[in-house]
Design a protein. Structure first.
Lengths: 493, 230
């Protein structure tokens, strides 16, 4: 028994792969609509005056952010967890009926939450806090989903055969713990219906924190939701999938240790950089700023560790689109984790805060790093879970270049837009009066908003190519044997 | 030590949790009590203003407008005095925003009028040529949720001791009191009285008729809230 390779059970991984693709397209489609609305406001009325309430920029914006964060990215994290977890712990989901049941429950409650979120955001039911927009009934459901995932992680760890936890598992555990802590504390709210003895909307709540405190807790959460949603679990993925796909051992164990514990210690402090020049105490702003710069070390530690893993094997970057996706992801990670600290320096932040440069930063991180890595992971998993080769290598290459062009157009236009806007807001004439009225600083951005919309549209086109490639892989690609699945994934022309 | 942790998942998880929880404790806790003290002149919201604040949140106005004036000359020239922590003491949630696609609104009540907002919300580009803000015409039709606003007032008064029916010192040395109605019906009646004052300055006949018939359209509550931002 122990000598035969384990039969892993990928049922739930497959389901989450599906939601990753679907919610990715939904989230990015909404994003593209928003981008065109900013360039051409008439798009707000795309479904007519009657539906304008539900199609205008402000109502759709949380739907974009939440479906990319909690739809696409979380699904991607869970798809990879239900794949990577079994393999590095050397235990199959099929070995425990209980864990299998939990995993399925995890998926179905998650689907319910997704439906509730989409409905409530379109109706404008919101707590008003970014990325924590959900009202208390949904928050409770989110906590349930999270606890189930936690039981699933520690349950699988409990019955593992491989005693040492691989690096990816460290990062999944950290994701679970980090988000659990942040989400709970930031969403502390009191349902007004119950507190007032049954008056008003039953789903409405009021934050436990007010004003400056609320801001502090929110950005402690908001920044670290990025940490534990967009960084930590994505690093978990690259530590597994890049060595697997390339057949190379991780370059340095010590560097991975340093990067992991460094990231854990430093990341949480950096939330204060969202509040520079606000009304929170100056020492917190300075701490946020300083630790953001320190954060370069552990971030680059992981990224360099990954790049050096390819040492001596760089020809794979040219020959395999899958490796291309991961190396570009890693490069964008370095780029984004350098850009962030620069924006956290007080004098730079004075210029950059509230402008489109921040939007650009988020998107080079998410489109370039998070989404590229998740798609690479799904590409690597597809032949192994469907027992078929990836449908088309040339389609992968096409997707790669279209999306790379999309990201580049996105962040370059937003850099220029953000810096232009920041400079115009502060410009004075020779008498010391403001040089521009606010609307001047809006109309000047039109060309950049248009370029950004084009970039976003290209990226979305790439998403459709990705979905098509995955669909064909699943349904009509050549069947492959276990022996073909050692390292480099089999791909059709 | 690290090798040992990697073989003992429970202790590994505890170590990770302590490492990440540490920063939050040090950054957030020390200032908590002090930051929630109101400045002189800061009042809690009336029922109608709070209903307007809910309309503001429902339509995610903070997605494009900040309510945080930073201490730079360019900002105080444009928007007024820079923000003070205590001015936000009754803001649950805070609405600082993170992006200024449109201008800051922290003190918009000082330099815009009911009339201006009415025209602007109906057709922003007609008031500010080149504006990319969408029109919010449904606010003229939808009814504001006074019940929920009152429920929130009762809640914050009960749970956080938000000072309704209490004398509050104003900057000019006088005292002001924001009443909290004893019942929902009283709250609705008071909100309607406030709404009538706003509607008197408006031109939209449907809105005027609605208020005359005892209803409060969202736009009226919204304008009451925007006018309160000073």
């Amino acid at each position: 028994m122990e000598n035969r390779p384990l039969e892993y059970d990928y049922t739930v991984a497959k389901w989450f792969m599906l939601t990753t693709v679907v919610l990715g397209i939904v989230g990015m489609l909404v994003g593209v609509i928003l981008a065109w609305q900013m360039a051409f406001p008439a798009v707000n009325l795309m479904a007519g005056e009657g539906l304008a309430e539900y199609t205008n920029f402000s109502r759709l914006r949380p739907l974009h952010t939440d479906s990319v964060i909690f739809g696409f990215t979380l699904s991607g994290i869970w798809a990879t967890w239900y794949y990577v977890g079994q393999r590095v712990l050397k235990v199959s989901m099929a070995e425990s009926k209980f864990l299998m049941f939990l995993a399925k429950l995890h998926f179905f409650i998650y689907l319910l939450v997704v439906v509730a979120v989409v409905g409530s955001l379109l109706l404008g039911i919101s707590t008003g806090k970014e990325y924590a927009d959900f009202e208390w009934p949904i928050d409770i459901a989110v906590v349930v989903v999270w606890v189930i995932w936690g039981m699933s992680i520690f349950g699988l760890i409990g019955i593992r055969r491989e005693k040492s936890l691989y690096i990816s598992i460290w990062y999944y555990i950290a994701t679970f713990l980090g988000i659990a802590m942040l989400y709970l504390f930031n969403n502390m709210e009191i349902p007004t219906y119950f507190a007032s003895g049954g008056i008003g909307a039953w789903y409405h709540s009021v934050s436990m924190y007010s004003g400056t405190n609320d801001a502090l807790v929110q950005w402690w959460y908001g920044h670290n939701a990025v940490a534990f949603g967009f960084t930590v679990p994505i690093v978990a993925m690259i530590y597994y999938f890049l060595p697997k796909e390339s057949g190379q051992a991780v370059y340095s164990y010590k560097l991975s240790l340093l990067a992991f514990w460094g990231l854990m210690f430093v990341y949480l402090w950096a939330g204060g950089h969202h509040l520079i020049y606000s009304t929170v105490p100056d020492w917190m702003q300075t701490m946020g700023s300083v630790f953001s710069v320190v954060l370069i070390l552990p971030s680059w530690g992981s990224a360099i560790n990954m790049l050096l893993t390819m040492k001596g094997e760089w020809q794979q970057v040219a020959s395999s689109p899958l490796i291309k996706f991961m190396i570009l992801a890693s490069t964008f990670y370095m780029f984004s984790t350098l850009e962030g600290p620069i924006q956290a320096i007080k004098s730079v932040n004075a210029l950059a805060h509230f402008t489109d440069w921040i939007v650009g930063h988020v998107h080079d991180g998410v489109l370039g790093w998070v989404a590229f890595m998740i798609m690479a992971a799904l590409f690597h998993m597809a032949p192994r879970v469907f027992k078929r080769e990836i449908y088309s290598k040339s389609l992968m290459n096409t997707q790669f270049w279209i999306q790379t062009l999309g990201v580049v157009l996105y962040f370059t236009s937003m850099w220029i837009a953000g810096i232009t806007q920041g400079m115009m807001w502060r410009a004075h004439d020779e008498f010391g009066n403001l040089a521009y009225s606010f609307i001047d600083t809006v109309t000047v951005l039109h060309p950049y908003y248009t370029i950004r919309a084009v970039g976003g549209t290209l990226y979305l086109v790439g998403m459709f190519l990705f979905a098509y490639n995955m669909y064909k892989t699943m349904t009509s690609s050549r069947r492959v044997e276990e022996s073909e699945l050692q390292n480099a994934s089999p791909m059709g022309a | 030590m690290f090798h040992w942790l990697e073989k003992h998942p429970f202790f590994f998880a505890v170590a990770v949790f302590l490492t990440i929880a540490f920063a939050g404790l040090i950054e957030i806790l020390p200032n908590f009590a002090q930051a929630s003290q109101p400045t002189v002149g800061t009042k809690p919201y009336t029922t109608l203003e709070l209903a307007g604040r809910h309309v503001y949140i429902k339509n995610n106005c903070m997605g494009c407008h900040s309510q945080l004036i930073r201490p730079f000359k360019s900002e105080t020239d444009r928007y007024g005095h820079y923000s003070l922590s205590g001015e936000y003491a009754y803001d649950r949630p805070f609405l600082w925003g993170s992006k200024r696609t449109g201008p800051d609104l922290m003190r918009v009540g000082n330099y815009r009028t009911t009339d201006w907002h009415e025209n602007h919300m109906k057709d922003p580009a007609a008031v500010v040529p080149g504006s990319i803000m969408p029109a919010y015409r449904w606010m003229f039709k939808n009814a504001a949720d006074i019940d929920t606003a009152y429920a929130e007032q009762v809640t914050v008064n009960k749970v956080f001791a938000t000072p309704y029916n209490t004398e509050i010192p104003m900057a000019d040395g006088t005292k002001a009191t924001v009443p909290l109605a004893a019942t929902l019906d009283e709250a609705k009646a008071a909100a309607l009285e406030e709404a009538k004052v706003i509607a008197a300055d408006m031109k939209d006949q449907d809105v005027k008729d609605a208020v005359a018939a005892g209803q409060v359209p969202e736009i009226v509550a919204m304008i009451a809230y925007l006018n309160s931002l000073k």
